[in-house]
Design a protein around this ligand. Structure first.
Ligand SMILES: [Zn+2]
Length: 340
């Protein structure tokens, strides 16, 4: 009797477990792009940014010890998440020799940090997400320029986007096209890291579908204080109407931020279209979108610190970039530069 009871229990336990597994499997199968987007949280972005824009990083000046520490932070993240290195086993650094930084006195070697998620159906077609991780260092009085918004915000957004895509990969929902996460160095001294990448691309530029670049998305432009539910988009329609339309449609369906095109005007005196890393892709006729919050009183000051970041808004803007990338990576046809 005892023996029989045990077997009956054992059978019951086994069937319970397999029922649980089946329901766990089907709930994973039912996860959608919205679920993955929701893994991008204000809390996670904040946790990263307080470390990434800490005084310990010494303002992340290109070639400095602080920049090297920042590079290591990014590399360690990708390693821990199991996100691959496109340059070969464990090599997340695209090295740039010191003499490439021509405008810099006493330049030192620096590196772009790169990570890669390979597409399941069209792996040769690559979407490049970029954000610069360098900043302007420290001044003679020892003030640290933390660059929490510029561009710590874009940097941590990329980490969260990469993590969300890797979760999708782990559940069998990986993107059809490939995604390169390109953390560029040398931006503040002249867009060097992105220039170097486009002159020495890891994947051919003709297979580069588009570049979504993020530089400052954690703050609110004082002119937008009354309506902070916005992000400025620059360049989305310059080379590809299709990219612009996809971006608009994704926002309408999933996010509902106000997409403000003020700085996209051809005659805008700020000329932001030419002032961040996407421009090196655009000049190679690769469609781009530049995501930006506008300038503010702490721009390029030691007061650009993590406590001033609007984390809920940063999460929403990051989810917009995630959803736009998801759409471009998974839609039937490749985005083309239809305005050339
Ligand atoms: Zn910047």
């Amino acid at each position: 009797m005892k023996y029989l009871l045990l077997s009956a229990l054992a059978v019951l336990t086994v069937s319970c477990n397999s029922a649980q597994n089946a329901s766990k499997n089907s709930s994973i199968k039912n996860l959608t792009r919205i679920d993955y987007a929701q893994t991008i949280t204000a809390q996670d972005l904040s946790t990263h940014l307080y470390k990434f824009a800490d005084d310990a990083m010494q303002g992340r000046m290109t070639g400095s010890e602080g920049q090297k520490m920042a590079a290591e932070y990014l590399k360690d993240f990708y390693l821990a998440e199991g996100i691959s290195a496109p340059l070969g086993d464990g090599d997340y650094y695209q090295e740039i020799p010191a003499d490439y930084f021509r405008r810099m006195r006493k330049a030192q070697d620096s590196e772009n940090v790169v990570a890669f998620i390979k597409g399941s159906e069209k792996p040769e077609e690559v979407i490049v997400l970029s954000a610069h991780y360098d900043h302007v260092g420290t001044d003679d009085d020892g003030n640290v320029y933390n660059g929490a918004d510029d561009d710590g915000s874009g940097t941590v957004a990329m980490l969260e986007i990469a993590q969300a895509f890797q979760k999708a990969v782990n559940n069998g929902h990986g993107p059809k096209r490939s995604i390169l996460f390109l953390h560029v160095t040398g931006e503040e001294i002249g867009l060097y890291g992105s220039k170097f990448y486009t002159e020495n691309p890891i994947f051919p530029l003709e297979n580069t579908v588009c570049n979504l670049n993020t530089d400052m998305i954690g703050r609110i432009d004082p002119n937008k204080a009354e309506n902070p539910n916005y992000v400025y988009l620059i360049g989305s329609d310059r080379l590809s109407q299709e990219l612009h339309d996809v971006s608009e449609a994704v926002n309408n369906e999933y996010i509902n931020l106000e997409l403000d095109y003020t700085f996209n005007a051809e005659d805008d005196p700020n000329r932001f279209y030419y002032r961040s890393d996407h421009y090196n892709f655009a000049k190679n006729n690769i469609p781009i979108i530049f995501y930006f919050n506008g300038v503010h009183e702490d721009y390029h000051k030691p007061t650009d610190t993590p406590d001033k970041i609007e984390y809920d808004l940063l999460a929403k803007r990051t989810q917009l970039i995630f959803q736009t990338t998801w759409e471009i990576a998974n839609r039937e046809g490749r985005i083309t530069a239809d305005k050339l």
